[in-house]
Design a protein around this ligand. Structure first.
Ligand code: CA
Length: 224
């Protein structure tokens, strides 16, 4: 599997490359957005790890160009803390997933494997699980054809659960991805929001899609 890293911070880039190499990936490096976009178009990569803040041109313009040219290589972008809006924008532009800096290398590996498992071709902007559908570009979610009225946070939460269907997500991961908070074990913010989301997504329906995994976290999947 061939991965392109687009990252301008030399230490981070070489650390990433070494880690991927040790885990059996072939990793190339681009140090700015222009080189990154060029390699991404021509290099035949299975996945692109894209920093957003880059010299010459930023990560957004790289994703935009790739998708406009119908290059469907999955993109995992790296975003800063306190940049919740960026996450929504990145997904709207056609990225597949994101990680918030600083991240643990093991978490990056888990994301890479999860994206690659979904298949080489990028999923379209609409993700469906049973009769639940979310359109990341148009910013709407429906269940059984009926529009769900979600707050922006609930939308982000649902999009996280749906993009990682079948993966059990810990409260720590959810808190970090959706709220940017340093998780504190006394905080029940994740549980409170999950409960509200369930009220809208699951309560009116017999078949439940959001499940609690005791002691671990939450998973969204269609169970028999
Ligand atoms: Ca950077």
């Amino acid at each position: 599997m061939k991965i392109l890293i687009v990252e301008d911070e030399p230490k981070t880039a070489s650390y990433l490359r070494k880690g991927l190499d040790e885990n059996g990936f072939v990793a190339d490096l681009a140090e700015n957005g222009e080189d990154g976009a060029h390699l991404a178009r021509t290099g035949g990569y299975d996945l692109i790890i894209l920093d957003v803040m880059l010299p010459v041109r930023d990560g957004w313009s790289v994703i935009r160009e790739l998708r406009r040219r119908d290059v469907s290589t999955p993109v995992l972008f790296l975003t800063a803390r306190d940049a919740v809006h960026d996450r929504v924008q990145g997904l709207e532009l056609g990225a597949d997933d994101y990680l918030v800096k600083p991240y643990a290398f093991t978490e990056l590996l888990a994301r890479i494997r999860s994206i690659l498992r979904r298949g080489a071709t990028r999923q379209v902007s609409v993700v469906t699980v049973a009769d639940l559908a979310i359109d990341l570009v148009r910013h709407r979610a429906t269940r059984a054809g009926k529009l769900l009225e979600l707050t922006p946070k609930e939308f982000l939460l649902l999009s996280l659960l749906m993009r990682r269907t079948g993966d059990v997500l810990s409260r720590t991961i959810i808190a970090e991805q959706v709220w940017d908070i340093n998780f504190d074990s006394d905080s029940n913010v994740v549980d409170v929001h999950l409960r509200r989301l369930r009220l809208k997504v699951d309560d009116p329906h017999e078949k439940k899609l959001i499940h609690t995994v005791r002691g671990v976290g939450y998973v969204l999947e269609a169970r028999l």
